[in-house]
Write a protein that binds this ligand. Structure first.
Ligand SMILES: [Fe+2]
Length: 254
């Protein structure tokens, strides 16, 4: 079985469509999203409806929790630009789409052998940017989740692809920066955490949409970096009256 895992769509329909099209080409059997389906870009309804139509297994990200906070009269813990986008999202979201987003779980076990989290196994709002931070996350993964599901997990939230491997014998974490086409072998005895980057607002310095393809039979993982019609997405961000920085950063991959 081949699983396509992606994250942080952020209402970027063009980025999502590029990823889904590639998933069809590579004949992925199942689709999984690590949260943040909405926020930042202008197509929250279309993105929610598309992931539902495609049967994507989704969890909540911090932007979905921000919607919940807004609905319950609490101020989400977000910067002003993210808040502006969240207010726009709340205004335009169809009631059914909002209810579906709020019904999503915070984490999920998939196929009985891996987990997906938004930020980290220990905290959905935690950013993991390096091996030091990953070490704490592995501790939570190994101690709080039973095998074999604690061997492998996927995260998003930083919007930057990265690969971490944990050796439980010497307690060391190896970190690898990821490029398009990189292929990883998942070996028994180690634990792995892969950041799948972002479909909708990649921040690794490239104007791309990213995802991972996990082959559950071969136990290999391949990264895909895709070009997409970001001009169309940018035009819609501006037309919607969202902060222009949200359009500009897509070109920069920041
Ligand atoms: Fe995000």
């Amino acid at each position: 079985m081949r699983y396509a895992v992606f994250s942080d769509i952020h209402a970027n329909l063009e980025g999502l469509m590029a990823v889904l099209e590639k998933c069809e080409q590579v004949e992925a059997d199942a689709l999984v999203c690590c949260g943040d389906i909405i926020g930042y870009c202008a197509d929250p309804n279309a993105c929610v409806e598309l992931v539902r139509k495609k049967g994507v297994r989704c969890i909540q990200g911090n932007h979905e929790r921000g919607l919940r906070d807004l609905g319950e009269g609490r101020a989400p813990n977000m910067n002003p630009v993210a808040m502006e986008a969240l207010a726009f999202t709340r205004e335009v979201l169809e009631a059914e789409n909002l209810a579906w987003l709020l019904s999503l779980p915070h984490e999920a076990e998939i196929g009985g052998f891996f987990h997906v989290f938004h930020g980290s196994p220990s905290d959905p709002d935690e950013y993991i940017f390096d091996a030091f931070e990953a070490a704490y996350a592995f501790k939570a993964l190994v101690n709080e989740y039973p095998p074999p599901g604690n061997m492998l997990c996927f995260i998003g939230h930083t919007h930057v692809c990265a690969a971490y491997a944990f050796d439980p014998v010497n307690h060391r974490v190896a970190e690898q920066k990821v490029r398009d086409g990189d292929l990883f072998a998942i070996k028994p005895g180690a634990h792995y955490m892969f950041n799948v980057g972002s479909c909708g607002q990649y921040r690794g310095g490239l104007p791309v949409a990213t995802f991972c393809l996990l082959d559950g039979d071969e136990m290999t993982l391949e990264y895909h970096f895709l070009e997409y019609d970001l001009r169309s997405c940018q035009r819609k961000v501006i037309a919607a009256g969202l902060p222009s920085i949200l359009a500009q950063r897509l070109s920069l991959g920041q």
